[in-house]
Design a protein around this ligand. Sequence first.
Ligand code: GRG
Length: 290
Amino acid sequence: MKDIDIVKYLAEKKALVDEALKNYFANTNSLFEIMHYSIDRGKRIRPILAIMSFDANGGEDMNIILPVACGLELIHTYSLIHDDLPSMDNDDFRRGKASAHKKFGEAMAILSGDGLFAYAFELFTQGNGLIQEKYSVIKSVSEAVGPKGIVFGQSLDINNEIDATPKSLRRIHVNKTAKFIAVSIKCGAIMARAPEHIIDKSYNAGLYMGILFQYTDDILDIIGEKKKLGKTPGKDVAFGKLTAPAIYGLEGAKFRAERYAELAKTGFSALGERFRILNQITDFILNRTF
Ligand code: GRG
């Protein structure tokens, strides 16, 4: 099997996700308009990973995976809105525009995040049948994004007292970022009704991809450009955050990012040729500039 054009693939899938998201925000109310402001733009990496994994596991009907994929993007966006709040990371700029609290005020920003979080779970239940699979998606995602995942990771991240050790760094990276990336891949496999062992192995490879994703995020905070990133670089250093470059230095962090990419690719390669695209997106994440 030949490599596909990953940039073209990502653009096509992003358009598919954007179109589906547009429909989920049509004909609703003024809160949905505010929620949609923050949804608009973004790379759509998590929904695309769910679609890729669905496809790699032989899933065909996009109507099965798109509500799940969009739900993942809603949860991701909620976490960005809350992360940007003055009481958290205090950022005025996100996805190339004013962050939600700057545009609508803090109260509406909090509520729009809450709304996105709940609406995601409504999307996970959409469509007929596949009750067991939807149950698995809801169980897996809630574990990855709640107090055993993102919310815990964020609580560590905003704690300036945390030990500056490799172990603490890994704990933050795994909880804040990697579990969500991994569960996005897992959801695609679940909805394609993949066997249990494939679901587990793709989740484990996804964890390495997720750590890689956070490594590149930490690196881009130092070497990235505001315009390309759509968010403010240099904040980790300014706020003394525990990041990969803070522990290993910039070159050390780049070296370790490459190792995590290798670990992820070894995991996906073991699952067969159809998973090759997940190796390609791993390389894309390793080399990303935005
Ligand atoms: C507030 C509960 C709560 C959680 C916040 C999302 C988050 C946790 C913090 C934001 C800062 C950060 C470095 C998070 C790790 C995940 C990450 C790298 C998010 C950025 O994701 P991208 O690059 O963003 O996929 P786009 O805008 O392209 O979707």
